[in-house]
Design a binder for this molecule. Sequence first.
Ligand SMILES: C[S@@+](CC[C@H](N)C(=O)[O-])C[C@H]1O[C@@H](n2cnc3c(N)ncnc32)[C@H](O)[C@@H]1O
Length: 370
Amino acid sequence: MTADQSTLNHTARILTEVSPQMPADAALRRYFVQHAYLGPRERRAISRSVFIYFRWWRWLDAKASLQRQAEQAIGLDDRFQNHPASVKPEALAARAVPAWVQDEMELTPAWLQQLQREPALWLRARPGQAGQLAAGLGHCAPTPHAADALHYTGTQDLFRTAQFHHGDFEIQDLASQLVGLAAAPAAGQTWWDACAGEGGKTLHLADQMRNKGLIWATDRSARRLQTLKRRASRAKIFNFRSTLWDGTDRLPTKTKFDGILVDAPCSGVGTWQRNPHARWTTSRDDVRELAATQLALLNRVAGSLKPGGRLVYAVCTLTRSETTGVADAFSAAHPELASEPVSGPAESGFLWPQTLNANGMFIAVWRRSA
Ligand SMILES: C[S@@+](CC[C@H](N)C(=O)[O-])C[C@H]1O[C@@H](n2cnc3c(N)ncnc32)[C@H](O)[C@@H]1O
């Protein structure tokens, strides 16, 4: 891709707004609200060039103007996409990610190369409707990993489609869909989605439950739960109750659950392909603090499982301190819970971006003895 001068100018203006407090995606959203005249094609080109800048940031000449740096980044990206071998794995390990990451995970060439590619856009069709949705939208490819998942390669604004307004699909990454499938709730059960956020996984659990039974959807953020309610109403999902819970000992209910999902706050290393700015704002301290939060959340909810109930821990990160570090510490502290294998393509709990063309994710599952 070559960028025209106007794209480079917009990119440079947005880059001046980006900071640790103003992530690139938020800066883009705000800029597009302020520049409503920009059409979908221009928006796509500008977003792409902002993200390419952060993917190749450590290769750029910091003394050059931001326009020039954005142009350099696009040149590097073109070369890499056409000849991935033109950038050596050692160079990727040194420059595509911050140095602290190598203490937390193995930096394989396959993962590093995947980080420098455009991320895929995944849809989740309503149960059994993927074929019909693909025919209606076009540019959709199925995957053997999830029957309702579609890889969308078209360019239309999906939020403006009739299918979206009708609740026929959600935009949800394949790795997130695999978390819902690993939870595998049954119709009529009672589940707790303890970090429900905007409800991506709540809606998937509800679909698997055929809208029957009950999901307690809790989060510390009222704003996110509001979005969850809007999404649920569009999807005509009614078998949930949402309420605030910030992870403290004051549990939201005395209910005992068939299943609990803790889709915990995490460092997000698994999303660094989609969200490259976060590579440069996430620190080792974040990893340490978030691992402690994840373990605390698991410890707090564990007593709310029914005998035979299942606990699912998921994080969209790949660091050892979170993932296996948390899962091992939790297992050691809870002999009443037995670890269970994770269904689907997870390798020892890990979903790898380079294998799935999706976010990286870690899943662990336990069952309370009956
Ligand atoms: C990974 S996101 C959840 C995404 C959501 N499950 C989905 O699929 O759309 C993690 C969520 O945990 C929430 N959170 C962070 N700290 C928390 C805490 N201490 N207690 C409860 N929720 C917390 C955040 O507000 C955020 O919505």
